[in-house]
Design a protein around this ligand. Sequence first.
Ligand SMILES: Cc1ncc(COP(=O)(O)O)c(C=O)c1O
Length: 418
Amino acid sequence: MKFSKFGEKFSQRSGITSLMEDLNHGLMSDQDIVMMGGGNPSHIPAVQAIFHQHLQAIINDPIKFKHLIGVYDAPQGDMAFIRSLAKLLNQHFGWPISDKNIALCNGSQSAFFILFNMFAGEYGSGHNKKILLPLCPEYIGYGDIGLTADFFATNRPLLKDCEEYQFKYAIDFDNLTINNDIGAICVSRPTNPSGNVITDTELARLNQLARENDIPLIVDSAYGSPFPDIIFTPVNPIWDSHVIISMSLSKLGLPTSRTGILVAHEEIIAKVAEANAVLSLSTGSFGSMITQELVDNGEIIRISRELIKPFYQEKAEQALALIRKLFPNKQCKCHKPEGAMFLWLWFEGLPISNHTLYQRLKARGVYVISGHHFFPGFNDNWRHRHECIRVTYTQDKAVTERGLKIIADEVNKAYAEG
Ligand SMILES: Cc1ncc(COP(=O)(O)O)c(C=O)c1O
């Protein structure tokens, strides 16, 4: 059978496909696998109990239940939820937004498909524009969603040393080129995979550049505030007429609800709603219905701050302590974990590539992600790209310890092979 370019594009092996396959294989396998590759949020009992209670209340209410299973929402999303969310963001951050500034999507991954292709690709004149990722490594899921080739422009970051053999990436503004070939800027904050959180100063500079060039600045806040608030460093979110904030209910603990949230200028929101209608008629109601009351009474913020953030922060600290113990000779540097749910480990001068390390670890039942996948559009032959891996620390401490021990063993063997 023959496929169009579009059909062929999605059958190419991409980083995100292999990640999701590994995740599924890990779940289905009888082998005792240590899954440190996926981005599945942890099952936090106290948080799940709250969702259980709200779902039960919907099931017990015949009108709500009918809505849950039997009524298409508007292409912009569940309007009652959108109004409540606008009010919450208004009260919480003082953002001057209304229900015209918010659209839901079926997961923020789908939101990025729409947004990126709306601002990058071919413009009327035949001129192609790109999405600028000002700092790589960046989220693996961006890599393959462009409908045209040569979709991203990206840069090496600066590396800053931090305490206890940690390091932190910073945007290299001196080498950041923004010209007429850039359709939008995008940054995840906190960043998946590194756990980096760009500073308020960096964000303000990006905002200024976006404003000067009359292009949107997309801030992917899948792990950010006000929910799920998996962010361990005191920074502030921003809002401006050309800023697009992407949020999600996934890392709050509802990844199967596939609820992504975009907050943007009303002209953009109207276009996203139209794209939703074409691509999927309407958005799923499960996420908005189950969290409606939590948004109305602001509980979603308390749950994030008091239950979700401390849970992940404690796990990050435990994993860091293990790394210090397992790599006493400092063969492993770790990006300062400022948020999200991953550790980004850097083995400087590793004689094998991170992809080979990934394969050796997989053969021993430990699934990680090779860092080279996290550089969409990166043409620079930078050794650092082949020296890092991403590990998830969301599982039980004993499981993380077992995984990290095997990683330390394989890394030490590789250094010894030299
Ligand atoms: C940075 C980032 N953005 C977006 C997404 C997409 O999330 P979802 O489609 O579940 O909302 C993820 C998922 O892991 C992510 O890590």
